[in-house]
Design a protein around this ligand. Structure first.
Ligand code: SF4
Ligand code: FES
Length: 371
């Protein structure tokens, strides 16, 4: 591949990642150097979160091969390195998608992350915007070699608005850092060690801090979910729009996930890495009032439709390369097209628009739609 040079910021360390050279400031990690290049060159990150100090180094999805340590010492690093924790050296050569070793290791990491993770995407609120789901599509296998019982936990309410599904947690620590760095009285953390380790609250205390809802946004999987939105809609049926309000507590810049005119949920705005967007170099964390209490369009000034860049089902085209099985029903029905029983892309009986889901207490169930 021809070498391409990108000058992004005034800096003095040159690092080449997958044959693309970029100049970055000393002290930049390989992951952040790759983010300056962007696209597929950037390793996935399940635990690193640039706005949370100390994050990273837990999940190993960002492993890369350092084929040349630096200009002065060109020896390769013997082991694959966590790119979120390894800083660049001048003249460093890194391989990510061009390394078979990395791809193999990443497949192994995904298999490891899925060991205890339930395959409940069909009923999980995070489906469609879950990083583990995306990683599994890219690196997972269709079977498992795990022959033991998965860890099972009871669901736990963390305060009135957040529910914890510990069975889905990958122990990335992001929520712990949010609680530590954004709220003034952290009451949850990781208890125990090894395969007993779990996120929990001390004596089941509720997190009632104004910014506690941000743990939902940083959770890469469906372990921490918004109780005001749970089971009310699939994210790919909602329409995200950017909106703001004059909030005395937070930046007030949010994404509204609407169904028609109904605001189904409110989240912070995300950047291309799935992290909260920054404004004037400050992360745009949102407060619980904006997130949980402002569920009317009239509460907000609408700016326009959100640009979804991630290659997720929300942005569509995720499954372009998928080979669909041959459609044979019309053949056996004498040429007639099958009548689809569950055309869930249209409004149907299971998604009656006359029912204002945002006003229902708790999740929607079949009873919600029983006349
Ligand atoms: S609950 Fe979510 S954010 Fe917290 S450690 Fe588990 S996976 Fe990470
Ligand atoms: S993102 Fe680097 S170890 Fe998790």
């Amino acid at each position: 591949m021809a070498e391409e040079v990108k000058n992004v910021a005034p800096a003095n360390f040159k690092v080449t990642i997958d044959n693309i050279t970029v100049e970055v400031a000393p002290g930049t990690t390989i992951l952040n150097a790759a983010r300056q290049i962007g696209g597929d060159v950037t390793p996935p990150a399940m635990c690193y979160y640039s706005k949370l100090e100390g994050s990273g180094g837990k999940c190993r999805t960002c492993l890369v091969e350092v084929a040349q340590g630096s200009e002065k010492d060109p020896r390769p690093m013997p082991k694959l390195m966590a790119s979120c924790r390894t800083t660049v050296m001048d003249g460093m050569v890194v391989k990510n998608i061009t390394s078979e070793r990395v791809m193999d290791a990443r497949n192994g990491v995904v298999e490891f992350l899925l060991l205890n993770h339930p395959l409940d995407c069909p009923i999980c609120d995070q489906a469609g915007e879950c990083y583990l789901q995306d990683l599994s599509y890219d690196h997972g296998t269709e079977g498992t070699r795990f022959e033991f019982k998965k860890r099972i936990f009871e669901k736990e309410d963390i305060g009135p608005y957040i529910q914890l599904h510990m069975t889905r947690c990958i122990l990335c620590y992001r929520c712990v850092y949010v609680a530590d760095q954004l709220t003034d009285k952290r009451v949850h953390g990781i208890l125990d060690r090894g395969d007993h380790a779990e996120i929990s609250t001390y004596i089941s205390k509720a997190i009632d801090n104004d910014f506690s809802g941000n743990v939902i946004d940083v959770c890469p999987v469906g372990a921490l979910t918004d109780k005001t939105f749970r089971f009310k809609n699939r994210v790919w049926f909602t329409k995200p729009v950017d909106a703001h309000r004059d909030c005395p507590t937070c930046c007030g810049k949010v994404t509204l996930w609407n169904r028609g005119d109904e605001v189904m949920r409110v989240t912070s705005r995300r950047d291309e890495w799935g992290e909260v967007q920054s404004y004037e170099d400050k992360p745009g964390w949102i407060c619980n009032t904006c997130r949980f209490d402002k569920k009317k369009t009239s509460d907000w000034v609408i700016e326009g439709v959100t640009n979804i860049n991630r290659h997720s089902v929300i942005a569509q085209n995720k499954y372009n390369g998928l080979v669909m099985p041959k459609e044979t029903i019309a053949e056996v029905m004498g040429g007639r097209d099958p009548k689809l029983l569950m055309d869930i892309h249209d409004v149907s009986g299971v998604n009656d628009p006359s029912i204002d889901l945002s006003l229902i207490e708790g999740p929607a169930t079949s009873k919600t739609f029983t006349p």
